[in-house]
Design a protein around this ligand. Sequence first.
Ligand code: HEC
Length: 266
Amino acid sequence: MNADTQSRNRFSVPLPVGALLVVVLVFVMLKLIRPVIPQSVILLYMGFVVLGVVIHLTLDDDRIRRFWNFFVRAGDEGPVLRAQRWALLAVLPLVAGWWAYDAVRPRYTPPVEIFQRHPTVGEEVLGRIQVPEWAANPAKWRAEDIAEGKKLYAANCAVCHGEKLDGNGPAAAGFRYPIRPADFRDVGTIAQLTMRYVYWRMTTGGIQNQFNSPMPRWVASADGPQVSTLHSYDFTPEEGWKVIIYLYRATGYEPRKEELRDYKSH
Ligand code: HEC
């Protein structure tokens, strides 16, 4: 090593630090370019850049030696050089670790498709659902049916929908996507649904259909594919209606009235 290299070393950035700066700078630039470059293309470019840097570093023996010397402690080195060495030795494993973590970490970003909470259900489906007489009129709901519904709710629904029907059951926090268990106290759920619609949801659940949620199927539908899932059809239709009237009584909402259809206007 001659005096020339020595002085260059003292006043310029050490080779490994310079190499890292080049890589980081190119990476940041690629990230800033708009429109956004796809991750895979950035990765490809970065591959070329790293390759170029490696070629540059290994072109002559002097560079290779200066590269490795940076990592070797010298008696006369200043605190700045030492700090740079330790910083580099700390940053590289951190970056590699983040990279590996980022590649495998689970992501819960919801898909871009719009989730329709209450899709319109045709009369050809809802028409097969009959509200039994004893359940149809809120004024005539019997206390023992509501009490029975309450028991069924506590045993089967509260774990997700919550003791207070607010969608905050102990299991609710486990569902990040698609959506949390319905909060029946919110005006956006049963308050704006008809009893037949709520019953239909208890026959469809959210599994293996457009709702794509962990909501089980509770009652067998009058027809339709009898796909078996966890809890599927634990309830008789009568039990299903009892839970539904309990939901309304406990939240204080009335079921939405069925619309009277004016067939002539169509
Ligand atoms: C494993 C958790 C879980 C259990 C247990 C569960 N649900 Fe759900 N339920 C959900 C989730 C999540 C949603 C919201 C996504 C959806 O609409 O499918 C939901 C939605 C609903 C809806 C639709 C509300 C709306 O506004 O469309 C009704 C009705 C319903 N549940 C009733 C019940 C009843 C009644 C029980 C008990 C017999 C029950 N659920 C048990 C998770 C559960």
